[in-house]
Design a protein around this ligand. Structure first.
Ligand SMILES: [Mg+2]
Length: 418
């Protein structure tokens, strides 16, 4: 049964990537703005003004520009991943503000999460609402982001209700009204009901959530399989899941870039690849992690991909461990050398938390530690420097560019991907 009082809050930032861009450049506010991958990528986030013009995610950027010619694209014609370090920084600040209200915060994605205010000692729903409206205002004042909240007696209802009145929405589902709240909504609002299930339900006359509990069990089982009881519980507003509070560790760090035009020049692609490494390694260092495996993927104009990867004997977090490897992997991945490239992706995986006692080469540890300390100082200095300037600014310690004829690292062929 639903809980007696609504203490679950779902937070969903409004047009998060665009929101961050507007917070960094307030002149963009109120305009038709989108974060997208140049003229050949996709729209990753669109302002509500752009949405009113028909722009949505993930629409091809070229199509968005056709239907909305005065659309302001941010991100310098590169993918939204170019701004990812900034987005991660804003996400951290957002959830830090939430944690000032309750220790029970579950991050579900970069811009969505749950809070449980049950243990916080609020007297009643009015007190919880006041606290949440205060938080909504602090988020706007301190980091310049607009967020929407849904307050309900369980996670399911809070997540569905936060989407009902965006942007800057605040929806409360009073306890006892869960089923009534859900009944008129399309079945697609239920988690797990994708476009295929939705059309299957619709073809059986089940259009609204309220249609589900009325159906014979045999029909629900036929359409929804073994999970039919869970869907029927959800449709009745029943959800007893609790917040999942264990820290979800990143399993990989990746970035990709779709080029505004196909590129044939190896050195130009190598430069882009190294720039992505320069942006990912500070994130890995900031999380106190190291990576063992580097993978480079290339995409040709016909959308075919080739990939190459290599694992180091020991996890690393400094540029000099990866620059030479990136060059070798790029050469190996770019098998169809006659074809230009449309996209390149870099991924670090095999993420490890370093243990000071487990250095393979203890005699080198002092030198590595010195380089790491320098790298973290440079990371801190680079925060706040626009990325376009970084190449001309402070160089990374321990990141000598490999000599043109330097011996290449030994490469293990990547596993065949289906
Ligand atoms: Mg959002």
């Amino acid at each position: 049964m639903p809980r007696a009082s609504p203490t679950f809050v779902h937070l969903d930032a409004d047009a998060f990537f665009v929101g961050v861009e507007c917070a960094l450049n307030p002149a963009l506010r109120g305009k038709k703005v989108a974060v997208g991958g140049g003229t050949r990528g996709i729209i990753a986030s669109a302002s509500y003004e752009a949405r009113a013009c028909g722009v949505h995610t993930p629409m091809p950027t070229a199509q968005a520009l056709r239907i909305c010619p005065d659309l302001v694209l941010v991100g310098g014609g590169e993918t939204h991943c170019g701004g990812m370090p900034r987005y991660i920084e804003f996400s951290r600040k957002l959830f830090d503000l939430c944690a000032e209200v309750t220790p029970l915060v579950e991050r579900r994605s970069i811009d969505e999460g749950f809070m449980d205010l049950g243990p916080c000692g609020f007297a009643d729903t009015a007190a919880i609402e006041a606290a949440m409206r205060g938080l909504q205002q602090r988020i706007a004042d301190k980091i310049g982001l607009s967020v929407s909240f849904g307050l309900a007696a369980n996670k399911l209802l809070s997540a569905i209700s936060s989407k009902r009145n965006k942007p800057h929405g605040f929806t409360i589902v009073p306890p006892g009204t869960e089923e009534e709240f859900l009944a008129p909504l399309p079945v697609g609002v239920l988690p797990g009901v994708g476009p295929r299930t939705e059309s299957l339900l619709k073809s059986n006359g089940i259009v609204r959530v309220g249609d589900i509990p009325r159906q014979p069990e045999s029909l629900l089982a036929h359409i929804l399989g073994n999970a039919w009881r869970e869907f029927r519980d959800m449709a009745r507003g029943v959800d007893e899941s609790q917040l999942s509070l264990e820290h979800r560790e990143a399993k990989s760090y990746s970035q990709q870039e779709t080029f505004p035009r196909d590129i044939r020049d190896f050195s130009e692609i190598l430069r882009i690849t190294k720039r992505m490494i320069d942006e990912l390694l500070p994130q890995i260092r900031a999380d106190g992690k190291r990576a063992r495996t580097l993978t480079v993927k290339v995409r040709y104009p016909g959308m075919h991909d080739d990939v190459a990867g290599h694992s180091l004997p020991e996890a690393a977090d400094l540029e000099d461990a990866f620059y030479g490897l990136a060059e070798t992997l790029l050469r190996q991945a770019w098998r169809r050398t006659r074809s230009p490239l449309r996209l390149v992706m870099v991924r670090f995986s095999g993420i490890e938390t370093p243990s000071a006692q487990l250095e393979l080469f203890p005699e080198k540890a002092g030198d590595l530690e010195r380089k790491r300390r320098l790298a973290s100082v440079v990371d801190a200095l680079n925060q706040g420097i626009p990325r376009i300037m970084r190449g001309h600014g402070i160089g990374k310690p321990g990141s000598p560019r490999p000599e043109p004829g330097a011996p290449a690292p030994k490469i293990t062929p990547p596993p065949k991907t289906p």
